[in-house]
Design a protein around this ligand. Structure first.
Ligand SMILES: NC(=O)c1ccc[n+]([C@@H]2O[C@H](COP(=O)([O-])OP(=O)(O)OC[C@H]3O[C@@H](n4cnc5c(N)ncnc54)[C@H](OP(=O)(O)O)[C@@H]3O)[C@@H](O)[C@H]2O)c1
Length: 240
């Protein structure tokens, strides 16, 4: 079985930042819509079946740092993965290694796209949190002991949900962990002609903790470059 095609699709400022005040600029708003149309929208270039996001990205955009509503009287949870919602049109796959995210329903909306949530957990996650996910009918897979193993994640997504094309959708921490693990085929970068000079915001790739012990750098080979509307650029690279 060949593994799924994994492409990292990101919108950045000229200085490689992925969030910040620059998003308020009209040029960034235009780039953001074009970014959406490349991988979502009515006739996207990439036909992805789901996108992977880090825990911080999920909290910033969808769960807003709410505490999960855990029940003290939860039902005992069988060991292993919880596979549900097979055959959904689109998935939002959220890496949540210790089970922090306070979901309130099992779907999210991004512009016109509605996606079914899948949680990727480690063995550290409590039975109580897993019971909470089951209650919301949010499928989960366990993909590592302490930290999430990108290869195991991809294998399980393909086996259980038949995903053959998956977008790696940020932020910088998840992106770098997948690049380091060698499971990202292509980088698609929409570069907005903006900057805000903030030294503290995350960038396209960020190594954290133990991840810094792995591969020290990555090389990319340019496949295509295209000028988009309002001075944005679309760059496609093969990950070498
Ligand atoms: N411009 C764009 O295209 C774009 C796209 C997506 C996101 N963003 C922005 O990016 C920002 C967040 O980026 P970020 O780099 O700070 O964080 P992130 O990658 O969204 O999330 C990092 C967290 O995800 C978990 N994680 C990721 N990879 C893991 C792995 N291999 N193993 C275990 N855990 C893993 C950890 O969760 P724990 O902390 O729970 O351990 C880690 O701290 C947000 O503001 C978001 O809006 C921008």
């Amino acid at each position: 079985m060949t593994r799924p095609f994994i492409f990292c699709h990101m919108l950045t400022s000229l200085d490689g930042k992925i969030t910040g005040d620059f998003f308020k600029s009209e040029k960034a708003k235009s780039a953001s819509l074009q970014f959406y149309n490349i991988a979502f929208g009515k006739d996207p270039y990439y036909k992805n079946q789901g996108w992977l996001s880090g825990r911080v990205t999920s909290d910033d955009n969808f769960t807003f740092y709410k505490e999960p509503a855990l029940s003290a009287n939860y039902q005992p949870v069988p060991a292993g993965d919880f596979i549900s919602q097979v055959g959904a049109e689109m998935y939002y796959i959220s890496l949540d290694p210790s089970g922090k995210l306070g979901w309130e329903k099992n779907t999210i909306s991004y512009r016109e796209t509605v996606a079914t949530v899948i949680e990727v957990l480690t063995e550290r996650v409590s039975e109580q949190y897993k019971a909470f996910l089951r209650e919301l009918d949010i499928p989960y897979i366990i993909a590592g002991k302490e930290t999430i193993d990108p290869q195991v994640t991809i294998d399980k997504l393909q086996t259980y949900f038949q995903l053959d094309s998956i977008m790696l959708g940020g932020g910088g921490v998840i992106n770098w962990s997948f690049i380091q693990a060698g499971v990202c085929d292509e980088l698609s970068l929409v570069l907005a002609p903006v900057a805000d000079g903030n030294p503290d915001t995350p960038s396209l790739f960020n190594a954290i903790g133990g991840q810094a012990d792995g591969k020290k750098f990555a090389d990319f080979k340019l496949i295509e470059s295209k000028v988009l509307a309002d001075d944005a650029l679309w760059l496609r690279y093969q990950v070498e």
